[in-house]
Write a protein that binds this ligand. Structure first.
Ligand SMILES: [Cu+2]
Length: 533
């Protein structure tokens, strides 16, 4: 009954058959793997001279990950995490992936759907799963990143996506503290598309879409990840859907919608499409209030943007990431990510949308308490901290009352960029380095400048429980730059408190050191939980 993708989304010069052939193409790529693996092994595996290949690859047709679509309000699927030979940049890598593909399959759902994921851990390390950008429960079996899914075990996640959930581009990846970087860097990352309001807006509906999953990786001659101490960020292969510099085609004047996800573990991009502008319509799965046209877009790890591209005159254009100074002596290099070829019969140009979707402006909202200050710190010997503490899964760093409207100032007390990310509830950036800014919409991930700050406002709506906020450069996160927020429902009766106590999340309440922060109602709820523990 429920036929998705909604083919109306793919009207224009292509139709359902074209779309299916596109999936078929990626399937063929998958089926062709066997031969590629054999060849890779026979020739000693993978030997990618990074910079060399960057220039060498031409006319690689752009492919997109396999799509798994919900039917009748449910998407039930298995994600098996295991080390497998996969096609990366046209060669064979042997790395940790989901479902034997790099990047992972795209999950396509709608607001109100239930997403059921049977996660099998075929790795030799602990793993779990995070739905980045989802506003869903942080309690098991939902977006519970404090879960430990042991090697050989499996787990059935179930994400109930609210009916009023924003539509847009999201992604999933493992989140087990200490192994997040290795697993994501290896290739465990995939996109999630929530189809909804945005897809029906005039000027957006019916556009041909492309998904660009940006990842980076560094492989040794044997096709395995280089050991961490041998990696050099400047040499990472910067891939689009696992491909090195694929070719995307467009017609002159045609408008396409590109969903771009930075699913890399630690790479910043400074995107530019030569000869074109980005007409941005969404950020982090949130539709902007109006189209934001710009020449370059900086994207830290974890961020997503959706942009409209209007095909330029016939010709070839580079989608590149420009040099970006990370700080601390590190610089991201200028690399061509993909090539846009504008060719064929000119397309009747379509007007760009102007107004998109209003958002709930929190800049004048009444706050439930004084602002919180959170500070990212880098200490000697690669010790990464927030507020002078490394992550501890048994400690709650911020207690929040369910329904509260809060302002958080995220300070960066170091000389490198750190992308801030918080789970479950998105936020509105209201100031950068103390200077007020007018937001275009909500974020879930925002780069915090070196020795600077961002100020954001957020509402802790709908879901009580523990979740995390952290730097999304995953080596920093694994190094300790993460904290736990616990949202407590002040109206939770004894039954709820007792359920909470039965959850492993509540079995180890920390000392109530920051108790002074709480209002009386929150105190009461905490004391109920404590008694049950
Ligand atoms: Cu960081």
């Amino acid at each position: 009954m429920d036929q998705r993708p909604d083919w109306r989304s793919f009207e224009g010069r292509r139709n359902k058959r074209d779309y299916l052939s596109r999936i078929e193409l990626s399937r063929r790529g998958f089926l062709g793997l066997g031969a590629a693996v054999a060849a890779g092994v026979a020739t000693g595996g993978f030997a990618l001279p990074a910079r060399h290949l960057r220039a060498a690859s031409h006319n690689v047709p752009f492919v997109e990950p396999e799509v798994r679509v919900s039917r009748g309000g449910v998407l039930e699927t298995t994600l098996r995490a295991a080390v497998a030979p996969v096609t990366v940049a046209g060669g064979t890598a042997i790395t940790s992936v989901y479902e034997g593909v790099y990047p992972a399959p795209t999950l396509w759902v709608r607001p109100g759907d239930v997403l059921k994921i049977h996660l099998e851990n075929g790795l030799d390390g602990i793993t779990n799963l995070h739905t980045h950008g989802f506003h869903v429960s942080p309690l098991p079996p939902s977006d519970a990143v404090l879960l430990h899914i042991m090697p050989g075990d499996s787990y059935d996640f179930e994400f109930s996506i609210p009916k009023n959930h924003p539509s847009g581009t999201f992604w999933y990846h493992p989140h087990f503290h200490g192994l997040s970087n290795e697993q994501v860097f290896g290739g465990m990352a995939g996109a999630i598309i929530i189809e909804g309001d945005l897809d029906h807006l005039p000027g957006v509906a019916g556009l041909w879409q492309h998904l660009l999953v940006l990842t980076s990786i560094e492989l040794g001659p044997d096709g395995h990840l280089l050991p961490p101490d041998q990696r050099n960020q400047a040499n990472f292969l910067r891939l689009v859907n696992g491909q090195l510099n694929p070719t995307i085609s467009i017609r002159p004047n045609e408008t396409q919608r590109w969903r771009i996800a930075n699913a890399s573990a630690s790479t910043f991009y400074n995107l530019q499409l030569d000869g074109h502008q980005f007409h941005q319509i969404a950020k982090d799965g949130n539709t902007l209030a109006q189209v934001w046209t710009r020449d370059q877009i900086v994207m830290g790890p974890g961020e997503r943007v959706e942009v409209l591209i209007q095909g330029g005159p016939a010709g070839t254009y580079a989608l590149r990431t420009l040099e970006f100074v990370m700080g601390g002596g590190a610089t991201e290099p200028d690399v061509v990510l993909a090539t846009l070829v504008s060719e064929g019969q000119g397309h009747g140009s379509r007007p760009l949308p102007t107004a998109l979707m209003p958002f709930d402006d929190l800049s004048k909202a009444t706050l439930s308490r004084p602002p919180r200050n959170i500070t990212f710190q880098v200490k000697p010997n690669k010790v990464f901290e927030i507020d002078n503490q490394q992550f501890d899964e048994d400690r709650v760093d911020q207690w929040v009352q369910l329904g509260a409207t809060e302002e958080w100032v995220i300070n960066n007390d170091s000389n490198v960029w750190h992308p801030f990310h918080i789970h479950i509830n998105d936020y509105q950036v209201t100031a950068v380095n103390g200077q007020p800014v007018t937001a275009h919409g909500y974020d879930d991930t925002t780069p915090v400048p070196p020795h600077g700050s961002i100020t954001m406002r957020t509402r802790f709506l709908d879901y009580a429980g523990k979740f995390v906020y952290h730097c999304h450069i995953l080596p920093h996160e694994d190094g300790g730059m993460m904290g736990i927020v616990e949202v407590v429902d002040p109206n939770a009766g004894p039954a709820t408190a007792s359920q909470a106590a039965a959850s492993p999340y509540y079995c180890d309440l920390p000392g109530l050191a920051s108790k002074a922060d709480f209002g009386a109602t929150t105190d009461r709820a905490i004391s109920q939980i404590s008694r049950d523990v």
